[in-house]
Write a protein that binds this ligand. Structure first.
Ligand code: HAX
Length: 423
């Protein structure tokens, strides 16, 4: 069944189910909030509903009940269908979705002009978020909201906006790469390629054996969603809950992804490895890697790519990238350092005893693979992450409108209130 039809058939049942849960169990307590959580960035406070995916602290990402390591051979198109409907598409539905995205992929001319007008020094994430935000005038959601469309139907223009955004973002992101790093003129889309392979093609990275396209498919699948409490998803959902359209919501969320404790970590990871290689002056020995990392900790710096706010095991997305590297580029010098770090860093983080999660997250390996293919401009890496994460951000936003999700507005308290509580 076509994606929109499938959703339309599921939504009434989902609404009914939510209504009945709230009606029958409205006062049931599902958790407490401790002072630790209040001062600690709300870690672990159960306060959001997200059905697209979940992140278990000892399992990592699970999309609609399927562990991410079982989805590594899928296309991002299939993942988007799965995120929204809980089912993988049939071959026919997949074809229809690919055709649909392709038919929406034309980027308005003013977007190129806006990107061209930005100063050369502009960070690629600013370029991307600006390009997304300027397309706000195209929002079908805003037009229909202004025209008085009832809230039960608002998910439909939201769906249209999201599909348009997903379809256009690879061309925009690829152009940002070529423009920012002087790679030559914009490369037109190849309409015969799938979404991720077309993005790889438009980046213009040499790919004689097609393995970079395969890597991009995997990259787009692995970064697609990570439930809704992380900075970019939570920001997107909060903005969207005010009935701001997807262009406002996603560009806002991606501004959060641009922070070094979140998506920018993949840029930081590679910068760290390249700098270490340079500082040490040769392929480092294990002892040299250990000293280098220890020194970083002594200077109160974090080791990029290690630790996580939720996970307490090696991120399965890291495992997927590690496996890919072992299979495809086992002798690459940068990749070898990633393997060395995996062996060494958890031990020293455990010894230091501060990080709750000493294991690698998704960002610890991805950069080394991109670097191998000549995508060495690590300032760009968070844009790749963004293109993929837009799948999850939009899927969550469609579901939020489908479920008539309310305005997000938790309560803040003052320090005096806290002092009174603790007597
Ligand atoms: N290196 C050194 N110290 C670390 C550390 C690391 N990789 N990870 C955590 N710590 C430290 C924290 O800085 C904190 O120290 P203080 O008490 O002095 O402030 C302490 O350990 C406890 O932190 P935590 O509770 O374990 O971790 P948080 O939930 O607060 O933060 C972070 C999780 C991912 C932000 C953190 O582990 C970190 O900064 N890691 C390095 C950056 C990184 O890889 N970010 C990408 C995360 C994945 C992601 O979202 N990608 O988008």
């Amino acid at each position: 069944m076509l994606l929109k039809e499938k959703l339309a058939s599921q939504i009434p049942g989902l609404r009914e189910e939510a209504k009945s849960i709230v009606k029958n169990y409205n006062t049931k307590v599902i958790g407490d909030v401790t002072i630790d959580q209040l001062y600690g960035g709300m870690r672990g406070v159960k306060s959001l509903i997200c059905d697209t995916s979940e992140v278990g602290l000892d399992t990592g990402l699970i999309i609609r009940g399927i562990p991410i390591l079982e989805l590594t051979d899928k296309l991002p198109e299939e993942i988007f269908y799965l995120l929204l409907t809980g089912e993988l598409p049939s071959a026919e539905d997949l074809k229809a979705l690919e055709k649909d995205w392709d038919s929406r992929s034309n980027v308005p001319d003013y977007v190129w002009k806006v990107i061209d007008s930005l100063p050369k020094e502009t960070h690629p994430m600013v370029m991307l978020n600006t390009a997304i935000l300027v397309m706000e005038n195209e929002s079908e959601f805003r037009k229909q909201y202004d025209a008085g469309l009832g809230k039960d139907k608002l998910w439909e223009p939201m769906f249209e906006d999201c599909m348009n955004l997903i379809a256009r973002v690879p061309s925009i992101a690829a152009y940002i790469y070529r423009k920012k790093f002087n790679k030559g003129p914009r490369i037109e889309s190849d309409h015969n390629l799938d979404w991720a392979a077309d993005y790889a093609h438009m980046l213009g990275i040499e790919d004689k054996d097609g393995s970079f396209k395969k890597l991009m498919r995997l990259y787009m699948v692995l970064h697609s969603d990570h439930e809704s409490g992380n900075v970019s998803a939570f920001s997107t959902q909060t903005i969207g809950s005010a009935l701001s359209d997807i262009y406002y919501a996603v560009s806002g969320g991606l501004n959060g992804l641009a922070g070094p404790l979140h998506g920018l970590a993949n840029q930081e990871c590679l910068r760290f490895i390249v700098q270490m290689r340079k500082d040490i002056g040769h392929s480092p020995t294990d002892a040299e890697v250990k000293d280098y990392c220890q020194n970083l900790l002594n200077n109160k710096r974090v080791i990029p790519g290690y630790g996580h706010a939720v996970l307490r095991v090696t991120d399965p997305r890291f495992t997927a990238f590690l496996n890919w590297g072992k299979e495809n580029i086992p002798n690459d010098e940068t990749f070898k350092i990633v393997e060395q770090l995996f062996d060494i860093v958890p031990k020293i983080l455990i010894e230091q005893g501060k990080a709750k999660d000493p294991w690698p997250n998704v960002d610890a390996a991805s950069g080394s693979l991109l670097f191998h293919y000549g995508l060495t401009e690590y300032e760009y890496y968070t844009v790749l992450f963004s293109v993929s994460r837009i799948l999850g951000l939009t899927a969550q936003s469609i579901m939020a409108r489908a479920m008539n999700a309310p305005l997000i507005r938790p309560k803040s308290v003052t320090t005096n209130w806290v002092k009174n509580q603790i007597g």
